[in-house]
Every structure is written in C-alpha cells, then in structure tokens.
Design a protein around this ligand. Structure first.
Ligand SMILES: [Zn+2]
Length: 401
C-alpha cells in the first residue's frame, strides 16, 4: 500500500488533505491510519517522527512498518477524507537539528579527520559520536565557528534521488548500502550524504549551531549540541540560572566564579574550625564523665543514655575515656527512632571480657554487633526501654567480671 510521501516533495508542507486507505489496530491494540498521501515524517534515519493531528485527532507516533506509514492516533479516525496538520515547531526544529548535524559532522571530518559514527536527535539536545579518543577545546571552537559561517553563507541544501550505479559520481562521506530509492542530501562542495531526513532548503535556516559540551563514550567522543531555536532556548535557560546566581552571590556574571571560589574556601575553613571546636567540646564532655564516674568494687563506671547521637561519636568518647584513665568501664546506650544502640569499652589494665558481655546482651534486643576485647558495639530493636537495657548491661558486667 503505497503512500505518497509529501514530505519528500516539499518538506515545508504543514497541512494537507488526504484519504484514509486503512484504519486499524496494531497487535498492541494501538489505533493507526494509513493514508494515500502524507506530510507526516515517520521516525527513521536518526530523525524522530512528526506529531500533529488528523481531523483534529492527535497523532502521537508515525512509523514506517511493513511498507506502510502508520499514523498512530489516540482514537480511531472514522472519516475517509481527512485533513492532516503537522506540529510545525517540532518538525522545523528537527529540520534545523538534522541539517546542523550534517554540517557539524562534515566540519569535524574535513578539518580534523574525525568521522561521525552515529548521531542522535534528542528532544532537548542532540549528539554525534566522533571516531577519536580526544577532542580539544580549540578544535571544537574552530568547528563551531566554521559551521556557523557556512550557515551564514546560506548555501543551498539539495536532495536527489539516484540509482546505485550513479553513486560513484558523488564524493559520498559514507558508502550507501541501499540498492533502490537512494536519496542524497547535498550541500555543494561541503557534504554529500545518503539521507532520508527532512532538511531546510538553505543552510541559513539552521540559524546557528552551539556545541554545549563533550565527553568520552567508550573509545570515542560524544559531542552534545543544539541548532536553531534551541540555541536561544539554551541561552534563556542558562541566563536564568546565571541571573539567579548573580543575585544569590551578589556578584556580576564575570565575577561569579571568583565569588563562588571565595565562598567555598570560607566554607572549608569554617568546617575546619567547626571540627576543632567539636573536638574541644568532646574532650570537655568526656572530662566531665570521668569526674562523675561511679566507684565500684574494683573499677570505675561511666554509664549514660543518649538520644539520637551518632554511634561514631559515642565510640570516640568511649575511646577517649578508656585511653586517658585506667580502670575505667564505659557503657553507653543510644536510642534512635527505630533502634537501640550500645557501646561498651574498658581500659586496657582491666581484664573484663567485653565480647562475652556483648554476646549476652544482644539476644535480648534481637541485636547484632562486634568489636574487640576492649571495645564493643551493637544495635537491636527497641523491645525494651533504654533504662531497662542499661540495667541489664550493668548486671551482666557484675556477672562476668
Ligand atoms: Zn541525515
């Protein structure tokens, strides 16, 4: 069922009249219509499909499948005679990106020998993959400058249908594998390419090309770029961010980097002094705990219950206490929203078996933990109160000492 491809006769057709040849459902239950002619471009050759309406019903996808161009619509189109309208902003955007891609690929290859191995026209930005492991800032800048001057020169972009035996007359960038219906997109002296996409008639319509950034992709370089109206859109978005930053940092655009660097430096030095102050505070706190230690028969006990304290901090405190004073046993309980955590530590000059202590206390709270003979930690469920847990801990110590 052959559909006349209006988008090849004139890529600027935005609306058209046609007749429905078939109105069906595919095997996924999606409605589609096949027309006798269409200006809807089906996804192919790296260019995304058009969207629009057929008799005011939204066309959300267009695909060429089994030799027919299927227009997928949200509801079935019943009428035989239809009027199709293309979402022109989307389509013209694709034409700008696609032609810009041809120009970029041509410039990378002609100026530096970097061949394009694949490309992608995305909904926001586009990419080409270059067959090179490196790309310098200078190379990218020069390619961009070159392409923008080709755009400004407003050269013609032509399309030609040729036979396989005519291909040798053209300096093609890449061998064409098709035998029939070969379509060439030609920008004289710049680019000769087998391509089925829609392109504007002049390079000037691309507007401009902006390379955004690039990254390593396997052993190649992936270049992200935008063309035409998307350049303005990018400028708008980035400018909005910069405007906010200038007001947040109270610095003009050209001083933003310095202002941010100053702020980060300041933050680093604040973090450093904050760390020092925390340590001092911790040592005051541990000194106080040591002074308040309870004298037992043959050791001194520091025991305390905390709420939502980082266990790392409690371990550090227990270490400080047991390393600075002898004959000292530390028992901490920490209560969080979901768990009970414990820390137990003793001075080196004692011989209390802390691992045994841990193995006896943990089952009562379905806990898990570990440590050494001088310091242990664990955590379990809140099956009992922290006071009760501390009571149990002290009585186990009495039993095992
Ligand atoms: Zn193409």
């Amino acid at each position: 069922m052959d559909t006349e491809k209006l988008y090849y006769q004139d890529p600027y057709i935005q609306s058209f009249s046609a007749e429905i040849l078939q109105s069906k459902k595919d095997d996924k239950g999606r409605f589609y219509a096949v027309l006798n002619k269409t200006a809807f471009y089906p996804a192919g050759g790296g260019q995304p499909h058009d969207t629009g309406t057929i008799n005011d019903v939204h066309v959300y996808d267009v695909k060429e499948e089994k030799g027919e161009i299927r227009h997928y619509t949200e509801t079935p189109v019943q009428e035989r005679k239809v009027n199709g309208v293309i979402n022109w902003v989307r389509r013209f955007g694709h034409m700008q990106q696609h032609a810009g891609q041809h120009l970029l690929s041509a410039a990378f290859e002609d100026m530096y020998g970097y061949r394009t191995t694949s490309f992608h026209l995305g909904s926001e930005t586009c990419t080409i993959d270059l067959d090179t492991p490196e790309l310098s800032e200078k190379e990218a800048n020069q390619v961009e400058e070159n392409v923008n001057s080709v755009i400004l020169n407003n050269l013609p972009i032509q399309t030609r249908w040729v036979k396989a035996n005519e291909l040798s007359h053209f300096p093609l960038r890449k061998a064409v594998s098709k035998e029939n219906n070969i379509r060439l997109v030609i920008i004289p002296d710049i680019d000769y390419n087998g391509c089925g996409g829609t392109h504007p008639h002049q390079t000037g319509e691309v507007g401009s090309v902006k390379i955004l950034h690039w990254e390593k992709q396997k052993k190649q370089i992936r270049v992200h770029f935008v063309c035409g109206n998307r350049v303005l859109k990018q400028l708008e978005t980035k400018h909005r961010v910069i405007r906010h930053l200038t007001s947040m940092l109270s610095a003009p655009q050209e001083d933003l980097e310095n202002a941010l660097a100053r702020m980060l430096n300041q933050q680093r030095s604040l973090e450093k002094s904050n760390g020092t102050l925390k340590l001092e505070l911790l040592s005051h706190e541990t000194d106080k705990l040591i002074q308040q230690a309870k004298q037992k028969d043959d050791y001194k006990l520091v025991s305390k219950i905390y709420v939502n304290r980082p266990v790392k901090l409690l371990q550090q405190m227990a270490k400080n206490i047991t390393q600075t004073s002898g004959n000292m046993l530390v028992l901490f309980v920490n209560e969080t929203d979901a768990k009970l955590q414990i820390v137990g530590a003793r001075s080196k000059d004692m011989d209390m078996r802390m691992k045994e202590f841990l193995s006896r206390i943990l089952p009562g709270i379905n806990g898990k933990g570990g440590g050494s003979e001088t310091m242990v930690q664990g955590a379990g469920d809140r099956t009992i109160s922290s006071d009760k847990l501390m009571e149990k801990m002290t009585s186990i110590i009495e039993e095992i000492k």
